[in-house]
Design a protein around this ligand. Structure first.
Ligand code: DAH
Length: 343
């Protein structure tokens, strides 16, 4: 019996030496310690062992069983460790310490400026609304007092769709919907993408962004318009700014103005940004035409309003010193990644 056990132990060691994977350990366990395993067979032979030797042989067998279990589990452990290390060193490894500066995105300069302007207007009680990019002819033109066949339609060279709708030529296209949607008084801004059939140059794009605003209440005056614009511009340019109004023409405002800001970069002394003129033309605006209010379901006898249409691209260009509007739509990451929301 002792001889037999010795042989089995030798065999176990041999077999353990030849296994390569931890999962193979279980097969050895079955082969030697399982129901019909080699050691288990020897336990069955115990009945043939003479009574006076039973205890001794039983002890040897039990020890052998324990030794085999220990040998197998030790081998399994060693192999498991090796397997884990191999996995960690393999191509699959993920280095969580790897810095990722080149993988993070950044906000578009136009988005950064839009968010800043929205924050300022929201702090003054304005709601931020959305407009459609595809609009009805009515909303884009007729509702804002540019009727069919009126020469004013020529001011905006339009992309018409086969179904008679248009790619909106200005954010004013959302005015009618907003006037109808809100209860009075109204303070709303609505940024959005606009489209016109333009010849492209450093100052013109066929796809550009505006941020429109409307204020409707009792006794709204040009003074309110100047106040809100001055507040907003002072916050954006981080200094007290001066604005001036020049006469303008828009069918949806009466009177209409062009608002200029005294150049915040040279304080009006003259610099390349203001083309040495000391003033920057910034924002068309005016008092909302009574017909536009009427189209929006508001009685112009009781209420008045003012509106403005700020060029967001222009604001982004001024803020970040970009001198060609085409850069903003270029997808040029080298340029676009430079700008940070916080200063
Ligand atoms: N919609 C005009 C344009 O794109 C800009 C504009 C002018 C908007 C006067 C206004 C406004 O709200 O009052 O040319």
């Amino acid at each position: 019996m002792k001889e037999k056990i010795k042989e089995i132990m030798e065999l176990v060691k041999q077999k353990l030496n030849s296994i390569k994977k931890s999962a193979e350990g279980q097969a050895l366990r079955v082969e030697f310690l399982g129901k019909s395993g080699k050691i288990t067979e020897l336990f069955r032979l115990m009945k043939e062992v003479p009574a006076d030797k039973k205890q001794e042989v039983g002890q040897i067998l039990n020890n052998a069983k324990q030794d085999i279990e220990e040998l197998i589990s030790n081998k399994e452990k060693t192999l498991q460790e090796e397997e884990l290390n191999a996995e960690l060193n393999s191509a699959e490894k993920i280095d969580i310490t790897l810095p990722t500066p080149n993988c993070t995105g950044s906000l578009h300069p136009r988005t950064i400026v839009q968010k800043r302007i929205e924050d300022v207007f929201m702090s003054m009680g304005f709601v931020v609304e959305d407009g459609n990019e595809v609009e009805t002819e009515y909303n884009n033109f007729t509702a804002v007092n540019v009727p069919e066949n009126h020469p004013a339609r020529d001011m905006q060279d339009t992309f018409w769709l086969d179904n008679g709708q248009v790619l909106k030529t200005h954010t004013s296209a959302a005015q009618n919907r907003i006037l109808k949607k809100h209860t009075l008084p109204i303070r709303a801004i609505f940024p959005g993408r606009c489209f016109r059939n333009e010849d492209l140059d450093a100052g013109h794009e066929n796809t550009f962004f505006q941020l429109e605003g409307v204020i409707v209440d009792k006794d709204v005056s040009v003074g309110n318009l100047i106040y809100f614009m001055k507040e907003m511009l002072s916050k954006i340019f981080k200094k007290e700014v001066e604005v001036r109004l020049r006469p303008g023409f828009f069918p949806f405002t009466e009177p209409s103005f062009e608002m200029d800001v005294r150049c915040p970069f040279c304080d009006g002394k003259g610099c390349p940004t203001c083309k040495q003129g000391g003033w920057i033309e910034l924002c068309p605006c005016g008092m909302i035409h009574p017909q536009v209010l009427r189209n929006g379901g508001i009685d112009p006898e009781k209420y008045s309003g003012c509106a403005f249409g700020l060029g967001l691209d222009r604001m982004a260009m001024l803020t970040f010193g970009i001198n060609d509007i085409r850069e903003l739509n270029s997808g040029n990451l080298k340029l676009l990644k430079q700008f940070k929301p916080e200063e």
